[in-house]
Design a protein around this ligand. Sequence first.
Ligand code: ASP
Ligand code: MG
Length: 437
Amino acid sequence: MKVLKFGGTSVGSAQRMKEVAELITDKSKKIVVLSAMSGTTNSLVEIANYLYKKNHDGANELINQLEQKYKQEIDLLYSSDEFKQKGLELVKSHFEYIKSFTIDMFTVFEEKTILAQGELLSTAMFDYYLQEQGEDSVLLPALDYMRIDKNNEPDNIYIRENLNKILEQHEGKNIFITQGYICRNAFGEIDNLQRGGSDYSASIIGTASQAEEIQIWTDIDGMHNNDPRYVENTKSISELSFDEAAELAYFGAKILHPTSVLPAKLANIPVRLLNTMEPNAAGTLISSKQRKERMAAVAAKDGITAIKIKSGRMLLAYGFLRKVFEIFESYKTPIDMISTSEVGVSVTIDDNRHLEEIVDDLKKYGTVDVDTDQVIVCVVGDLVAENKGYAHAILDAMKEVPIRMISYGGSNYNVSLLINAKDKKKALNLLSDKLFN
Ligand code: ASP
Ligand code: MG
């Protein structure tokens, strides 16, 4: 069995849904995980924001606009009156449900229920389409098996048991359609795996069902060796290790959600990144296999803040770093990069929500400097120490660019450099010339 995940753009219109159907209707056994149609989750977030502010007119206007859009797609998706009718009823019932939340008591519970409607709609529409085409597909409700625990981590045992139980009830069937992103929480309420979480769903489902492969279908041909928005002639990377893919996904390659690599890695299930616009292109294969070339890719992560804490007393002191890290932990703010010297430590964060409080707390331990508008440029590959020359090549390429921090040796797969945002394009191009050309 394979798991195939199609993102919002891949199911973004009736036409695109028909193209996805062509890709999945061979007779092999598969679970197809779908996102909401592109733009839908953003619109649902906006609707929820209006409802939090009790702006019911604003919410209703958006709800009606979105409903109109779905009605148009329904008309284009189905050819028979029977299915056009079924589709319209489906859309009507979901939007009536959304409208039932234009009430004064609007909490995160109502919000999450609204956000779930995007994936519930796209999968139901797609399943109807397959039925109209005479396919014997089965709609698997993610809310019946996908669950997170009290720490918002996937409840893997529950998921495995329940998903496999449902699959067994449909023995002999080959095409299963299910929702990405949505789940229930430890209290049984509707919840989600965070924005972009459909990739994570696919990976969790692949692991739970012991799939032979997880495919993530998007609209570009796999991960590229540099950011095509800033660098010309980037190339699709044919193979990556799980660790390299995790670093790249985290540090900028938007094509794959970073959380989705770990479950696949632990279960050793290959992940293939494929392009719906060019289904026969090779894409990127992420697996435990060793690659031949060492340098894989360069990526950049925006919106980084660097914080430097200088303490006169760090000299020969122990416990200083623990105290510093505890402050970040108490504000649930993850640290990306670290660089230490005998008199101080610099760290970077990408979540600024508690910056002020963090800085205030850090001042107990020394002087604190903050630099905003930073970018982490990260070089990913199999950069093990015996392979001399990579650090030199990277720094040589960057000789014209001021570097604020360097991190090397944290893993065998990544060298990270912190630079000013304004130097990002230049840095990406210099590294590209030096490392790949
Ligand atoms: N529809 C959700 C989002 O837009 C989940 C996903 O597409 O991955 O964030
Ligand atoms: Mg995505």
